[in-house]
Design a protein around this ligand. Structure first.
Ligand code: ZN
Length: 257
């Protein structure tokens, strides 16, 4: 008898959305398409849809995954987190984008169906997906934004933190996550200086051709914007587990949830 390895439908966008739809239906929530990317609808969940927009006093959490399609763990980590935290999902307003680049996920590419890295287009309202994204996000005052990514050069986990306050939360979050996948201890990651897995961004990197999601969210007034990176050459199941832990620990350390 052949022994089959544990199969994961990591790049099956339809299956991902099917599970999101099952979850939202079960919980009385609505996952809805908000834009079209090539042949595929792109989906969005507002866990308090139909209620007035969020004011400064309420908690509103932004989480997205699947901006880069060759980074497969984040969409599944986000889905599993939501499946296991339906109560929390309904207790606060969550703005969730389960997979912003469907073609990328399906084809295992960083770029979308046109060959564009959408994480350099978040400033550009001529981009139809971005314009529709912005119209959904901008009316709310999110307290925290989590952008979930992976790095094929990554030697462990790390995080980019944009924080209006001088203190950082990233180290405490990373400490929890490092129980699953160790920290990337490089002192220079890409072109940024890193300290035990934390890149504390105080200004925009030079020569950036267009703006990423996390920076645009920060510019829109989100006080803490965290971009998490897991190493995409590590085991998929551990990467999914660490992405899930990142969400749990971010909500806990940044917002006491
Ligand atoms: Zn990425």
């Amino acid at each position: 008898m052949p022994v089959f390895p544990l199969l994961h439908r990591a790049h099956d966008y339809e299956f991902l959305i099917k599970r999101w739809k099952a979850l939202t239906k079960r919980e009385g929530l609505t996952l809805r398409p908000f834009a079209q990317s090539g042949e595929h609808p792109v989906y969005f969940l507002d866990s308090r849809a139909g209620e007035p927009r969020t004011t400064n006093r309420e908690r509103c959490l932004y989480i997205s995954a699947g901006v880069h399609g060759d980074e497969a763990a984040p969409p599944w980590g986000l889905l599993e987190w939501a499946e296991e935290n339906a109560g929390l999902l309904k207790a606060h307003r969550f703005l969730i984008f389960p997979c912003l680049n469907p073609n990328g996920l399906i084809n295992n590419t960083r770029v979308d169906h046109r060959g564009v890295d959408i994480n350099r287009t978040f400033h550009d309202l001529k981009e139809p997906v971005i314009a529709a994204w912005r119209a959904l996000v901008e009316p709310h005052r999110a307290s925290l934004a989590l952008c979930l990514h992976e790095d094929y050069d990554g030697q462990g986990i790390y995080v980019y933190e944009l924080n209006q306050k001088p203190e950082v939360v990233g180290h405490r979050i990373l400490e929890d996550c490092a129980k699953i996948i160790p920290l990337d201890l490089r002192t220079k990651i890409d072109t940024s200086t890193a300290d035990r897995g934390l890149i504390n961004r105080k200004r925009l990197p030079k020569d950036m051709p267009g703006l990423p999601e996390a920076i645009v969210l920060y510019q829109m007034g989100v006080p803490i914007s965290l971009t998490f990176e897991s190493p995409s050459e590590f085991s998929l199941l551990e990467r999914i587990a660490v992405q899930k832990q990142f969400i749990v620990s971010s909500l806990h350390h940044a917002l006491d949830l």
